[in-house]
Ligand binder design. Structure first.
Ligand code: 6PG
Length: 286
């Protein structure tokens, strides 16, 4: 397919990775990745509100999503179209054990980059309350809030409309780190693992919560993530326990939005040329 010059900068390749509802989209750079993420968020928000009356999303920390947050804050001006903020509920996939005003707070990061700039009701902002609590206490409180919000019967998991995740260079996602016992958690919604390499606790949703979502969207940018991304997608020695590889929606869609630098170790994943799998699985997309 010869790409028209005007599209070249925005050229993205969409191809299905040999699993029914997994999509990998490679962008020429972080800006186009962020724009695609903002478009996905706003489209899914409008659809969810139209179908179910509300849109429930879990957002990540880290630096990669910051441009995405800025574009959502820019709203129509940033090309996202109308975003129904009054019907959107925001949760966090994980949090650091710091007060909400701390520079490392994931709540503070999203609040300043996005939430204070859009008409979302305060009651729709569901942050992880860490202040004055033990790690286990903060996790238990958040689990209670999530169970109450979703009116969850015992043993059931919440179903988020969209979970947005990042990827660490070691393959961690949210605060689920390689080798952590919490990767095997199959009952609790929220846990407070001690992350030995960081020397601190984190508060994080568990894999069953993420894997019960309708849509999971990874945002991955930069060459330093290329090894972890290749292992998450292609597997390989010792990759089966890679936290990001364990993110598999049970009955939902998994979307990887990555830039060219992050995609450089992916087999056949280069801009402008569809991968063999894509041609075999989806002739119409190439
Ligand atoms: C956090 C995140 C974490 C993050 C990755 C990637 O609290 O830090 O939830 O999982 O997404 O570490 O971080 P960067 O986007 O900064 O590379």
């Amino acid at each position: 397919m010869a790409a028209r010059p005007a599209d070249m900068r925005r050229l993205e390749q969409v191809f299905l990775v040999n699993e029914p509802r997994v999509e990998l989209r490679v962008f020429s750079g972080a800006e186009d990745l962020a724009r695609a993420a903002a478009a996905e968020f706003s489209t899914r928000a409008r659809t969810a509100v139209a179908q179910r009356g509300r849109f429930i999303v879990a957002l990540p920390g880290g630096s990669t999503p910051n441009r995405f947050y800025a574009l959502l804050a820019g709203g129509r001006g940033a090309g996202t179209g109308r975003i129904p903020w009054a019907k959107i509920h925001v949760f966090w996939g994980d949090e650091r054990l710091v007060p909400p005003g701390h520079v490392d707070s994931n709540f503070r990061n999203v609040n300043e980059a996005l939430l204070v700039q859009v008409p979302i009701p305060q009651a729709n902002v569901h942050r992880i309350r860490t202040e004055g609590r033990s790690p286990a206490g903060a996790a238990a409180l958040y689990e209670q809030e999530v169970r109450r919000f979703f009116t969850l019967p015992a043993g059931r998991f919440p179903r988020f409309d969209l979970v947005v995740l990042g990827l660490g260079a070691d393959g961690h996602t949210a605060s689920l780190f390689p080798g952590s016992d919490v990767l095997r958690e199959d009952t609790r919604l929220v846990v407070a693992p001690l992350v030995s390499k960081l020397g601190t606790h984190r508060i994080t949703f568990t894999l069953p919560v993420f894997n019960n979502a309708r849509t999971i969207m990874f945002l991955v940018s930069g060459g330093q993530k290329s090894e972890a991304l290749a292992r998450a997608l292609h597997g390989g020695v010792g990759s089966d326990a890679l936290p990001a590889r364990l993110v598999r929606p049970r009955d939902g869609t998994l979307i990887w939005l990555v830039d060219r630098a992050a995609a450089r170790k992916l087999r056949n994943a280069s801009l402008g040329e569809a991968a063999p799998e894509a041609r075999r699985l989806n002739p119409s997309r190439t």
